[in-house]
Design a protein around this ligand. Sequence first.
Ligand code: ATP
Length: 992
Amino acid sequence: MNTRSGGAATTRASSRLNRSTNQTEQPAAPVRTTRAASGLRLAEAAAKKTTTRAPVARQPLANHNTAEAKSAPAKKAQTKATTVKVAKATSTVLEGDREPIKVRVVVTAVDDVQLLRQNAQAFLRIRPNLSDGEPSVAPYIEHLSDASVRMVDPTQDNNPTLAPYPRFRPSAAPASAVYTFSHVFPPATQQSEFFTKTTLPLVNGLLNGENGLLFAYGVTNSGKTFTMQGGNNRSSAGILPRTLDVIFNSIDGLQSTSKVPVSFTQSWQYRPVRLHGIELEDSPLPLDVAGIFSRGPSLAHIHSPIESEPVMAEVLAEHLKPSSLDVDADPTVLKVDRNYEYSIWLSYAEVYNEKIYDLLADVDGSTGNNNATMSQRILLTRKALSIRPSPPSDSPDSTTGGKYVAGLRQIRVNSAIEAKNLVKLGQLHRRVFGTLANSQSSRSHGVVTMRLLKKHRGEKDEPASYVSARLTLIDLAGSERTKHTQTTGDRLKEAGNINKSLMVLGQCMEVMRANQRRIAQALGGPKGERADTRDVRKNLAVVPFRHSKLTEILMDYFVGDGRTVMIVNVNPYDTGFDENSHVMKFAALAKEVHTPAPIQHPFPRIASPTKVSGIPQAPRHRQVTLSTGGREGRKFSETQVEVFEEDEDEGDASDSDSEAPPNPLIEALFDEIDSLRLQLFEAEERAALIEAETREEITREMSARMQEMEKMYAKRLVKEVEQQEEKADAKIDMLHRAGVFGRTPGKMRVDEEEDEDEEEMDDVEQSIVKDEDANDDDESHVPSRSSSPLANKGRGKSRISEIRIAVPSGPAHCVLPTDESEAETATATETETEPDSQVDEDEETDEDDGDYREESDESDEYEPEPPVQPTPKAKKRPSPALNRFNPSATRGLPPLEQAPSPIFERDVRGSFGAGERESFGKNTKKPSSKISALASDLNALRIASSSKDGSEEWDMSEDDSMVLPSKKAAKKAGPAKRKKYVSSSSGYGCRR
Ligand SMILES: Nc1ncnc2c1ncn2[C@@H]1O[C@H](COP(=O)(O)OP(=O)(O)OP(=O)(O)O)[C@@H](O)[C@H]1O
């Protein structure tokens, strides 16, 4: 017989509230009371009967922070009180003007404020270094305070080749960031302390009828399983066993024994079903079940699931020995209301590859291949469970809905040891595969739910008398990315699904946070105005809980009531900085989620997202090896377990009939959406993988190139600095020599310079001779030369058709006079040189060689002019550059520029082509004084040449790029007296 509570399956609290409301003879008020609030039902209901309160003014949101600062219990009490006031207010308003909308508004507003005050808590736990001795690398997480840490990318400063230049960061993660948590636990934190600060409040809440959720998040090997379940050492029990200890310590002697006798030998008991429901046990339990439990942890007798799989029990007995289970028990006892009787029910599910399995379920086991080496083979078949929306009949006072895992066993446990044994059995059922990252890596999300039923001793034994609350502890799979674990095949798919569910979890939090902000903004209007959040609520984004199984089964915690605690595990030693940065960002997001975002949509019945409509899926087959013994002289045994995983069956849930018949069209549409979402997700994942790889490749190349460039620039910088230093030295020397600071540094130096000048002179002479020869050869090819009116003049001894000034490729030299008169001369010559700008202009007007040649041809038409005598000025003040040709009169100086401008060098050598010359003309915005000096040289040469045979004179036309000091005189003489300064493609030359 299945005695269902059906529509009567309301909690006592809600029924009393309804009764109270009904006293006004109104339809059931749309009051949203929470299940947690039902813990106060007696006192609250009594208060309602006796007092009439004014409607509660909505709390301004500005007080949010102040409210947060209050202690948790105080806050909870306040929340409950507020709820009661609202309930009363509802009643009052209904009695007054019978306008239900107003009531709704009040309730909604108060709910918003109330929910906004619920903060998700995030605790950070830093894993200690596990290697012997000092860690190979320093941890990159710095503990700043009890609530904050700083994470600095360890690769930022460690690369000496890059310092002090900023590193090109391939990652989007900030190189340094401070993260804040509710509390930060350093590596040395003991398990007991950690449990007390993070989980004990949740356990306390559970015993008081509040829901709670705690999950551990982090990359693989960061200590999630250690935190949740514990280690092998004494006192290293984790959160889960300690929670069980504290619960049973606290309800010791208060456990419910009430049963409904159905026959002389059998009795029934109320049990929790689905998400909120309570009903009589489907299958009768033997009356002496408690006695069986008390006989100890013999697996074969613990409970029916184990009994039905004796093979498993036998094989796993080794694993499930009580060993340290009871000696490592947490002694904490919490104060509970002793007027109640309690019962605890445990379920253990696994979300693996986007399918949910019951880890405590019967599995069809059979053995095979037994042999003498203790090697066994077990074939297990297990079936995936489906998720169903919680029927409204389970919780008529809840509008938030929620989903439950249909067919998930909830097993009653009477002691901590029993519970721990069940958990251990579940852990062995849980799929544990090794990856490269962690040989014992959890590849699934393990979800342990403790359900508490409590009933006041004075109440009748009926479903309405029971208060139900849940505490769910989740050991999430590692959040590492696939490429870091080098997973392939099945492992790759696992990793993809793990990441998917964690990603969706993050997305849900993000959407909830956005929704919360919108509600907060709506509530934060001008003071005194009643905020109507209905419109805002209607337009809230749908939180994508449906996108993954994990979020679907956790939905109730986010949209319903209860507290959420997130534990963030990080391993700052051998986990990548980027990986942990993602974890930290996720934590920051989760911490900001204050309130459940109400879902306005009904929850339709869903199909498995992995199931493509119409295509039956073959059961998945996997193989695991379980090893036992091997220590302390015991025999080593190995068991091969083959697992067949069947897809969930829509019709297998015993309670499926409690749901409303689904609309086939909606079903089909949801199936379609799910299948499309899956395809989209897979495509995105593929794209993300490709993108990540491409980015990484480009990043590597870029980094290498950047490094090369940085090195090159560094070298250049050093060279430039050296050159500058030498230049400065040279200048100082020059000034010394010029007598500004005194006499020249020494004779040695002068002699050296004289030698250099001699060499220079040799070069010039050689160049002249060479050019003469070349000109002899080329003359016929250069019409301008052959047609020059002066072409045949002076042939022979002193015939110079083109003069090139060759300057050594080394540093340019500057000649300074050694005595005062010379200095004066030099200064005067320099000042008399044509302005630079004039040279520039002239040069820029010469577009190409053709122009020159044209002019040259024109010049051929000129009549030979009588030689013009050099200007007295030029004679009187010879260019200092001319002194180069007279070593005895020259006073050399150290190099002025170690690396002369290439433009200047080419100019002097006259060896560049037309294009280069053009660019020279354009680029030389400000010709140096050396160019002017060179012009003076040429003029001096002209004078010297003229003085040799006394019949020829040289001059430069205005068209030429260089205007000689004698230009003024030539201008005065008229254009006819001017000669062209001819530029050929092979360089500058002076024609006569
Ligand atoms: N606080 C701690 N103190 C001592 N040892 C620890 C601590 N945290 C973790 N360890 C050790 O680090 C190793 C990895 O930890 P654990 O298996 O819990 O990682 P995990 O995050 O659960 O990895 P996975 O996600 O792959 O399951 C284990 O050997 C565990 O005993």
